[in-house]
Ligand binder design. Structure first.
Ligand code: FRU
Length: 590
């Protein structure tokens, strides 16, 4: 077909557009069917990126001084906007900046199935400059007293430590969407383990990879050469291989400098991750435990930089139905006999044992993710498990307790654990949008003996109870705590006017506690969600402690012998409680 001169001129003008920074919306310049550039104005603070969760990821690169200064994936909106995420322009140098976007062409389907042309993607109109990012809560399922990210996706807790009265929590974070992607360590701080302040991104991806899970220690004596009381963090660089890297902070964990000689540990096994470092006083050494496929590797070091391989643990022990992840290792006091397992405030003395935490996914007792543990001895070189290898011990018998590890340097010799309260089976699908996932309540760990065997005791940390009024109110709300005094067999039901309910059953003779969430509210976002979870109670339960917070229900035996953490998504808060075989008292939050 012949092209007229006018048409040819018009077409060439169109294809040679100048890249100019627009006023409210950056103007897209279409370079091919999959490639777009936009000039950005760094005079503004934020660029809002519209996200549509069902679309494929686009690759976004921010270019300044002809170099890539930021690179991430984002599910840019094609046919509609689910929510916006911020690209913080005030993190860039002032002056010229370019956003370079590569689109996956699978990423262009309309809900009706047809292809949407790149020029017609909803994101181009929806990208708006702003002077701040509005983090006001828009979610009815956002917990009131559990830690959540203000926006975006969260999974494992990372690098937790306590220092100078402040609890530091880092976590696996996606700043550019509420689904797993762009793994970054974000940071929150708290004075009481219950009120958290979001401190922003702490460790971002680099040429070695995105930043997967890990731990941090307070190097009191400055053994690493970064000064006394430096905070030294270990994480997995998830690139072409998984390798272990290190970063240090001399401002109490607010900013980190990556170690120049990273990675510090490598392996030829693809699943090699989640380093956890502890101080071992008897050998005056640092110990690093890291998971490798389906076992743990233990290393030692005097300077936190050079690591010597000590031993492997795990072959043929416990559950091997999934990948071993997120280990932790600690010495805990054993409560005498079968008496109350305290754990808190007790210094590890003669009557103590070692606990090795091993999160596993899949393979949990009710499918998907869960936390198993082993008890035994550790001499600074080798962990020796005292259990029958065929036995698996679970720390929590709910479906939503994963990646649980403890804070370094907690006060009074405490070992405070924090779970991620979700399950890889459905974590990306739970019915929230502005954010996804919360942490479980902080728990103090200890050990107790039941029928000659040692188990981990789990109790909500004392700080948790201080968050509630001392007087019972009698009213069930979306965020409260309930104590149930049990006399024997009991059935406890929480329900709402929509007929949605959770039923908990305590069988005193069988020594089991069960929670049925099959009719708890929304369950249809995943076939794996509706479930009945059952725990051994290892003795009688006298007081059951329940914590309800908008989308979660955690149950504990007050003596620490049973814990169960489950998510629930009722369309209205449960406002009615019935108890057969016991007496309930409800405490509102302060
Ligand atoms: C556990 C885990 C870790 C990994 C991280 C990645 O939930 O798979 O093994 O480091 O999540 O986000």
């Amino acid at each position: 077909m012949k092209t007229s001169l006018r048409a040819w001129l018009a077409a060439s003008l169109l294809s040679c557009t100048c890249l100019t920074a627009g006023a409210q919306t950056p103007k897209p310049t279409f370079l091919s069917d999959t490639h777009v550039m936009q000039r950005l104005s760094t005079a503004r603070k934020v660029l809002l990126l519209p996200v549509e969760e069902s679309q494929e990821n686009c690759r976004l690169r921010v270019i300044q001084h002809n170099q890539v200064v930021k690179e991430f994936n984002c599910r840019l909106a094609v046919s509609r906007t689910d929510y916006c995420v911020p690209l913080f322009l005030d993190e860039l140098d002032k002056g010229e900046a370019l956003l370079d976007i590569h689109v996956n062409r699978a990423n262009s389907s309309a809900p009706s199935g047809g292809q949407i042309a790149l020029r017609d993607f909803a994101c181009w109109k929806g990208m708006q400059y702003a002077d701040s990012f509005d983090t006001t809560n828009r979610e009815r399922f956002r917990p009131a007293y559990h830690h959540t990210p203000a926006w975006g996706w969260m999974n494992d807790p990372n690098g937790m430590f306590y220092k100078d009265g402040v609890w530091h929590l880092y976590f696996q974070y996606n700043p550019y969407g509420s689904q797993w992607e762009n793994m970054t360590w974000a940071h929150s701080t708290s004075h009481d383990l219950m009120h958290w302040t979001f401190e922003g991104k702490a460790i971002e991806s680099d040429a070695l990879g995105t930043i997967f899970s890990g731990s941090a220690v307070v190097d009191k004596e400055g053994t690493a050469g970064f000064g006394k009381n430096a905070v030294v963090a270990y994480y997995t660089s998830a690139g072409e291989a998984q390798t272990q890297s290190m970063a240090y902070s001399t401002d109490n964990g607010h900013t980190f400098t990556k170690y120049a000689a990273n990675p510090v540990l490598t392996s030829d096994i693809p699943d090699f991750r989640d380093p956890h470092v502890i101080w071992h006083e008897p050998t005056k050494s640092w110990i690093l435990i890291v998971s490798e496929k389906q076992h743990m590797k233990i290393f030692s070091s005097k300077n936190l930089k050079d690591w010597t391989f000590e031993s492997d643990f795990g072959e043929s022990y416990g559950c091997h139905e999934g990948v071993w992840e997120c280990p932790d290792l600690m010495q805990l006091p054993v409560a005498v006999g079968s008496r109350t397992a305290s754990g808190a405030n007790a210094a590890p003395a003669a009557d103590s044992k070692w606990l090795l935490i091993c999160n596993i996914n899949p393979g949990g007792p009710f499918g998907g993710s869960a936390t198993q543990y082993f008890t035994g001895t550790f001499d600074g070189h080798r962990f020796v498990c005292e259990d029958n290898p065929a036995e698996t011990k679970w720390m929590d018998y709910g479906k939503d307790h994963y990646a649980t590890v403890t804070f370094d340097n907690a006060p009074d010799g405490r070992h405070v654990a924090l779970p991620w309260m979700s399950n890889w089976q459905y974590a990306n699908q739970v019915p929230t949008r502005q954010f996804r996932s919360a942490n479980g309540l902080p728990r103090d760990l200890g050990l107790f003996i039941y029928q000659g065997k040692t188990y981990c005791s789990v109790k909500p940390s004392p700080e948790v109870f201080r968050h509630f009024q001392p007087q019972a109110s009698g009213r069930l709300t979306a965020a409260c705590r309930i104590d149930v005094q049990l006399r024997g067999d009991a059935v406890i039901t929480l329900s709402n006017g929509k007929g949605e309910h959770v039923t908990m059953t305590y069988d005193a003779k069988a020594e089991t506690f069960a929670m049925d969430r099959t009719r708890s509210g929304a369950t249809d976002f995943s076939n794996e969600f509706a479930a009945v979870t059952t725990a051994p109670t290892r003795g009688k339960v006298k007081t059951l402690q329940l914590f309800i917070d908008h989308c979660s229900l955690e149950a504990f035996d007050a003596e620490g012998k049973m814990a169960m953490s489950n998510l629930v998504f009722p369309s209205l808060p449960y406002d009615k409680i019935t108890v057969k075989g016991g007496k309930a008292k409800i405490y509102p939050t302060l």
